[in-house]
Design a binder for this molecule. Structure first.
Ligand SMILES: *Cc1c(COP(=O)(O)O)cnc(C)c1O
Length: 414
């Protein structure tokens, strides 16, 4: 490898141009909108030119407390001046504190920290298999998952979700996953056998199009897993940390999982993921069986704790529920306004979706034209995922902008 940097010739300058479009130096794995944000505050993002966008995508449910939340900025900058990273070879004070906070607030007894949702799901899968292995049931390795699911982009989590579009061209599919339709308990029961280790499900399928699992479904899953002696793994990477109006979505159904994958909102924008488990379900992950270099480092866990501080403040989650109701009513009005375009409004908390009779990308583009950020999803759904700190007047503003965007799409449709 040469150490000399390339001279900036006319041709390399053109190749790195930012005004014309995305730099070719970045791998083209995303079909990106041609827009660059320079800063953000609360529910708003601003370009270098000072154009303000209302962010109802929250970086795909990541910026739970919006942009530049003062409490998160303070936690991060304070920690940045003290200590960034020491390795998991040593105790990490912030990690222990955040783990204890999560244990106190949830079903879990144990927490493993990682850096992303896919890693959290991988960790959950590994924990489930090892649970049976150390209990003398090494044959129990298979995980039942749902079609339409999304668990991340690593090889195992792609196989877990089983979406052919994402698996194509990536070689042999990681074995050990059985897929059943989401919401179908009978199919699930039929898929569970002597080699099944666990069932892994999202309480609300986010990427799959904001498909909300009913309370009966989740209760049924819990009962089925108990009967079969297998573990219930919930992927709350998108639904967790207040997004649903509860700290975690499964609380709505009054059940608890054995293992849960968490990421996205827990870091408020700082990369942080976690595997939460009961003492029993975590029994297989003994020293040396799993690890992460960066997982739960002082920076990430300082921010994670600040996020929890805010989300667990008395009244915060009730506030999310009230905002969710307001958003839901606004979306219902849009359905009345555009009956031919908006087929259905669905969601839980501030994870809302409208199923539309058009390409979601057209609505996303039209909304961008109205300086509103929303996110596409499967099943012809446009996701509306404002930060949890969104104000009532911002919800009204967002609905107005979305209304104009839908009018635009509606007009070009006819
Ligand atoms: C986003 C997401 C993931 C993957 O998270 P990454 O941080 O992108 O790896 C996994 N599961 C669900 C439910 C998600 O929404």
């Amino acid at each position: 490898m040469g150490t000399m940097s390339k001279p900036l010739t006319a041709s390399t300058a053109a190749k790195t141009g930012t005004s014309k479009g995305p730099s070719p130096a970045v791998m083209g794995t995303y079909g990106r909108q041609n827009i660059v944000f320079a800063k953000g505050e609360g529910a708003w993002l601003e370009t270098e030119a000072g154009e303000r966008y209302l962010d109802f995508g929250s970086g795909i449910a990541v910026n739970a407390l919006g942009h530049a939340h003062p409490r998160l900025v303070a936690a991060l900058t304070e920690q940045a001046g003290k200590l960034w990273h020491t390795s998991n070879l040593y105790r990490v004070a912030g990690q222990e504190k955040l783990a204890e906070r999560l244990v106190a607030a949830t079903f879990a007894d144990k927490v493993f920290f990682c850096n992303s949702g896919a890693e959290a799901c991988e960790g959950a899968i590994k924990a489930a298999r090892r649970f049976h292995y150390v209990a003398g049931r090494p044959e129990r390795t298979r995980i039942v998952t749902c079609t339409g699911a999304f668990h991340g982009r690593t090889l195992a989590t792609l196989a877990a979700a089983g979406n052919p579009k994402y698996l194509e061209g990536f070689g042999p599919e990681a074995p050990g996953f059985d897929h059943v339709p989401y919401g179908d308990l009978d199919a699930l029961r039929a898929a569970v056998g002597p080699e099944t280790a666990a069932v892994m499900v999202e309480p609300v399928q986010g990427e799959g199009g904001v498909q909300v699992g009913s309370s009966d479904y989740l209760k049924g899953l819990r009962a089925l897993c108990d009967e079969a002696g297998i573990l219930l793994v919930l992927d709350e990477v998108q639904t967790g940390v207040g997004r649903s109006g509860k700290l975690f979505s499964h609380e709505w159904a009054g059940i608890t999982p054995d293992i849960m994958a968490v990421a996205k909102g827990i870091g408020g924008g700082f990369p942080l993921g976690a595997v939460l488990a009961t003492e029993a379900a975590a029994a297989g992950l003994t020293p040396g069986t799993h690890g992460s270099t960066f997982g739960g480092n002082p920076l990430a866990t300082a921010v994670g704790e600040a996020v929890l501080d805010v989300v667990l403040e008395p009244g915060f989650l009730e506030g999310v529920q009230q905002k969710a109701l307001r958003l839901r009513q606004g979306l219902a009005r849009l359905k009345d306004q555009f009956p031919d375009l908006v087929v259905e409004v669905r969601g839980q908390g501030l994870l809302a979706g409208i199923k539309i009779d058009a390409a979601p990308a057209d609505v996303v583009a039209a909304a961008l034209g109205e300086r509103l950020l929303v996110v596409g999803a499967g099943d012809s759904v446009v996701r509306i995922i404002p930060p949890l700190i969104v104000a009532d007047h911002e919800i009204s503003e967002g609905i107005e902008r979305l209304s104009r965007a839908l009018a635009h799409v509606s007009k070009s449709k006819t």
